[in-house]
Ligand binder design. Structure first.
Ligand SMILES: Nc1nc2c(ncn2[C@@H]2O[C@H](COP(=O)(O)OP(=O)(O)O)[C@@H](O)[C@H]2O)c(=O)[nH]1
Ligand SMILES: [Mg+2]
Length: 199
């Protein structure tokens, strides 16, 4: 079991030589800006505001490594798809993100997708990269509280049945976790997945 009370922001990395390479399991969170990554970290860890949630998405380009129970890192990748980002800052984003993904230190990715919005063009780029490189990942459908039951079900089914999350694009169907940081739905599923990566 994972003691989520014991959590430390171990590193805020702006360069690849700052990435931890201590052999601990790394689970990285990927998604567009504002999809709910920081809120998910807070909810999973049972903290109100450990990871910063922000009304100004995509301002800082760093990778935050949260060490949980001295056993694993939750890795908060910088969000993509932030429209007002400058060309310079896009380049910084791409280079830092590529450095992390190519380091190959992550065991698994949580790919966050806003359940109301569905996958965006940027999400497709990321998902195709994950599929091509056979990186284990699960899809986390965020902000599910914002939808009524009918739309929630329909949008969830659309993700589950999406071709990119199923063979032949993937080896096996990719799990889709219904999530809300507001209601806490999906928190236990994510904790179970985290514990399983330690086995
Ligand atoms: N209704 C609702 N709003 C959420 C949820 N998760 C995040 N938000 C809101 O969405 C915005 C962006 O969240 P944040 O966690 O900072 O996204 P990030 O940019 O991916 O880290 C904030 O205003 C959050 O309060 C959720 O599960 N339900
Ligand atoms: Mg954030």
């Amino acid at each position: 079991m994972l003691n989520t009370q014991n959590v430390v922001l171990k590193m805020t990395a702006g360069r690849k030589d700052q990435f931890p390479r201590d052999g601990k399991v790394q689970i990285a969170l990927s998604g567009r800006s504002n999809v709910g990554k920081s809120s998910l970290i807070n909810t999973v860890l049972g903290r109100k505001s450990f990871a910063r949630t922000s009304a100004q998405p995509g301002k800082t380009i760093t990778i935050n490594f949260y060490e949980v129970d001295k056993k694993l890192y939750l890795v908060d990748l910088p969000g993509y798809g932030y429209a007002r980002r400058s060309a310079d800052s896009r380049r910084v984003w791409a280079s830092l993100t590529n450095d992390y993904l190519e380091a190959g230190t992550m065991q698994m990715i949580f790919q966050l997708i806003d359940l109301k919005v569905g996958p965006t063009e940027d999400d497709y780029m990321m998902i195709e990269w994950l599929n091509a490189n056979k990186v284990p990942y699960v899809v986390v459908a965020t902000k599910s509280d914002k939808l009524n039951v009918t739309t929630r079900k329909a949008n969830y089914e659309a993700l589950v049945n999406h071709p990119l999350f199923n063979p032949p694009y993937t080896d096996a169907p990719v799990p889709v976790i219904l999530f809300s940081s507001q209601t806490g739905v999906g928190r236990n599923d994510l904790l179970t997945i985290l514990s399983e990566t330690l086995k």
